[in-house]
Design a protein around this ligand. Structure first.
Ligand code: SF4
Ligand code: SF4
Length: 318
């Protein structure tokens, strides 16, 4: 299969692809031999987020927020499937073999690899920014046994953070800063990180979370590279045929936790389990003094979870 034809297929699948330079692949092969031992090439893919409407939170409407990346059906399976299809095209009637596909659940540094494969620069918001699609993208990896010429795939990625700094200015937790001009994130001050962290958080962290149920998009929303016409068009295109979540029902979350049932399994934000979703809901409701689900929330008294007990007691005092 000619590489140019294959690149057309990557484009039709709505992805961008980069290749890790050979000298770097040698280094990674040493550190990640389980995945890359026989790799001749490591290809890195970007899948732009689908631009989907935020879900409604029952009686609370749109007052509680769910991050953009979590609104669509779990990207892991969707991206893996696309990469597998592209690998099949590559490997049919050739000596090329697919060795490994990785989407998130592995220990290779995806963001660094995407940067090294020429797919973007690391912005002051510490995320990979591609000058055409911005920072709203998922990353996937594919290792094959043959060598693909990197010079066939080249992008211009000129990112100017120095004269912008909007993400740093707008971050509610002041979590973004530089050390020797290298962007840094203080995770303990980052809402996105905190909504995914387990356990009882500090009271100042509860307040910081405000009405964010899962994730926080502020440092991406303000980024000019996410607000170009081309970036928006690409995200709208990605949304076509991508199932999205229309409603998150707070009552269902509470009941599923009490009845030990899984919920929203097909969405990426369910990976921490119902306990953390209930905790986040209680944090949101306490912060915003919402009493809509008061009766239902009291059912949590039988939860036997110190985390839920802690947050229920805060909620009942507000
Ligand atoms: S996700 Fe939110 S809290 Fe975290 S760095 Fe970005 S703006 Fe700050
Ligand atoms: S908001 Fe501005 S400073 Fe922050 S990553 Fe985007 S371009 Fe860079």
């Amino acid at each position: 299969m000619k590489i140019n034809n294959w690149l057309e297929k990557v484009k039709s699948a709505g992805l961008k692809v980069g290749i890790l330079p050979e000298n770097l692949l040698i280094k990674y092969k040493r550190d990640y031999s389980r995945q890359l031992k026989d790799a001749g090439s490591l290809l890195v893919f970007l899948q732009p987020y689908p631009e989907l409407m935020p879900p409604i939170f029952g009686e609370l409407g749109y007052k509680i927020k769910l991050s953009k990346y979590a609104r669509g059906e779990d990207y892991h399976n969707i991206l893996k499937k696309k990469i597998k299809t592209l690998a099949n095209v590559f490997t049919t009637n050739s000596d090329t073999e697919l060795l490994w596909i990785g989407v998130d659940s592995h220990d290779l540094p995806e963001k660094k690899l995407a940067y090294e494969a020429g797919l973007g620069e690391i912005g002051y918001n510490t995320l990979l920014i591609n000058s055409e699609i911005g920072s709203y993208s998922y990353i996937g990896l594919m290792a094959i046994n043959s060598k693909v010429k990197a010079d066939k795939i080249k992008y211009e990625n000129i990112i100017d953070c120095e004269s912008c700094q909007l993400c740093q200015k707008h971050c509610p937790g002041n979590a973004l800063y530089l050390i020797d001009r290298v962007p840094q994130l203080n995770k303990d001050n980052c809402i996105s990180y905190l909504t995914q962290k387990k356990g009882i958080l500090g009271s100042w962290q509860d307040k910081l979370i405000k009405n964010n149920f899962w994730g926080c998009d502020i440092c991406q929303q303000v980024c000019p590279y996410n607000n170009t016409k081309s970036a928006k068009n690409i995200r709208n295109k990605a949304a076509k045929g991508w199932p999205g979540l229309k409603e998150i029902d707070p009552e269902k979350i509470i009941n599923s936790f009490i009845n030990k049932k899984n919920l929203y399994n097909e969405f990426a934000f369910s990976w921490r389990g119902n306990r953390i979703l209930v905790r986040n809901l209680l944090i949101n409701m306490s912060n915003m003094k919402y009493k809509q689900y008061y009766k239902n929330i009291q059912k949590l008294k039988v939860s036997n979870s110190p985390i839920i007990e802690h947050y229920l007691s805060i909620y009942n005092k507000t």
